[in-house]
Design a protein around this ligand. Structure first.
Ligand code: AMP
Ligand code: MG
Length: 414
């Protein structure tokens, strides 16, 4: 057996150890490409971006109201000024503004050069060509100074960063229409198993539908990935070898499910040993004990277990961070929060567990979590009801109703 860089490991590996080995072994491979800003959402920014303009470019009004110079005025008593023109957003006031005069101004309009104050129209009353300002009147307010958002030559975004809607709008505001991002990874995925039937066919006895491939397709839905569905491989070593060798030549990473364990029909390990470098780990986590990680030619390989919930867990905990590393994205830390358990949770010490839970926020702001159902690793309906993992440490020997537990929400919406 060719080990990539670690000595053979027969003992159970913790999730942290496995993840750190994956992180150490993988190095960024993604090249760089230029994309239009309109298709850059979610991509990994590859080079720092700098501003070439001040934003706002000129001082502008933060309110609809009146602009004037405050020098010589006293805001403690009502005063009036003569309106000499209008400044619209996009249509600046071009005249000159003298003492005793003001300009009608709208939000976003350039503030006339000599003005230093904008007063909201709600604090004024108009009579003929004069505006009366109610006391007390605050001066030097309601003007967004030039460069108060960002300044010319300032670094707007440091790479690497996954571009958010806020980043996209920032870049647009700076007039940046194309950005350099990491090229997309080519990822192939397939299922293994003689029992797998395609959707649309009637199930013969002993068959199940191939849900893992749909799960992986959904998990790989990411603008940084070009995911290829490679179908199903039978529990047949020759077929598996042919698939691995051919697919490895065309992808940056391959992901398989099933056949990674120690059963008589589990060929992933054997074939990987033959065609590439491989490391098999028995992980101290539940679900998701066996995990194959290795390389065939230049292609990284993740051999996940067959049980659907084990696929969900191992993808999130090991594959996704590994793919992010290949991309050169900065490592993302999973949000963990404390919640009070509404359920007794069964757990034996030894492996850390990712139980499926339903998390909710209480009126007092605290979180409570309930087991989504029983916790077998084939139970997709329970996983569908769940909105979080309840993370139980290896040492934990069960949870009593009312205990605090750590929870990882699947999304920010509960
Ligand atoms: P294996 O790791 O191949 O021994 O599979 C473990 C369990 O996961 C078995 O019950 C399989 O039937 C099931 N399984 C394997 N692959 C899939 C799949 N693609 N979709 C749904 N279940 C699967
Ligand atoms: Mg199998």
């Amino acid at each position: 057996m060719n080990d990539i860089c670690f000595p053979p490991q027969n003992t159970l590996l913790s999730a942290e150890q496995a993840l750190s080995r994956i992180q150490q072994t993988l190095a960024p491979i993604a090249t760089i490409e230029s994309v239009e800003l309109s298709s850059a959402l979610g991509r990994i920014l590859a080079t720092d971006v700098f501003a070439s303009i001040d934003m706002p470019p000129q001082p502008n009004a933060a309110m609809d109201g009146y602009a004037f110079a405050a020098a010589g005025l006293c805001g403690d008593a009502e005063f009036s000024l003569r309106v000499v023109g209008t400044a619209w957003a996009g249509k600046p006031f071009t005249g000159s503004l003298a003492h005793g005069e003001c300009v009608r101004i709208f939000t976003g309009a350039v503030v006339p050069e000599t003005a230093d104050s904008v007063v909201a129209q709600e604090q004024t009353r108009v009579e003929a060509d004069r505006v009366y300002f109610a006391a007390p009147c605050l001066f030097q307010k309601n003007i967004r100074s030039a460069g108060s958002d960002f300044k010319r030559q300032e670094r707007l975004i440091a790479a690497p960063k996954k571009l958010s809607p806020r980043d996209i709008s920032l870049l647009a505001a700076a007039g940046i229409s194309t950005v350099e991002v990491k090229s997309r990874l080519r990822i192939g995925y397939f299922s293994t198993g003689d029992e797998l039937a395609p959707l649309g066919s009637a199930l013969a006895i002993g068959q199940i539908y191939d849900s893992n491939r749909y799960l992986l397709a959904a998990l790989l839905e990411d603008p940084n990935f070009m995911a290829n569905d490679l179908g199903v491989v039978k529990d047949d070593p020759a077929a598996l070898e042919a698939m691995l060798v051919q697919a490895a030549a065309q992808h940056d990473a391959l992901i398989s499910t099933g056949g990674a364990s120690v059963g008589d029909a589990d060929y992933v390990k054997q074939i990987l040993e033959k065609c590439g470098q491989v490391h098999f780990w028995k992980l101290a986590i539940k679900p998701g004990k066996p995990l194959a990680f290795g390389k065939i030619s230049d292609c990284w390989f993740f051999g996940l277990p067959g049980n659907p919930i084990a696929v969900l867990v191992t993808y999130n905990k090991f594959v996704k961070p590994g793919l992010d590393r290949l991309l050169g994205a900065s490592p993302a830390k999973t949000l963990q929060i404390s919640a009070r358990s509404d359920s007794d949770l069964r757990k034996v010490p030894g492996r850390s567990e990712y139980q499926r839970g339903v998390l909710r926020q209480l009126d007092n702001g605290e979180f409570a979590v309930t087991a989504a159902g029983t916790q077998d690793s084939h139970q997709l309906k329970v996983a569908s009801v769940a909105n979080c993992f309840i993370v139980l440490s290896a040492e934990c020997d069960g949870v009593k109703r009312g205990d605090w537990v750590l929870v990882e929400p699947f999304s920010l919406e509960l």
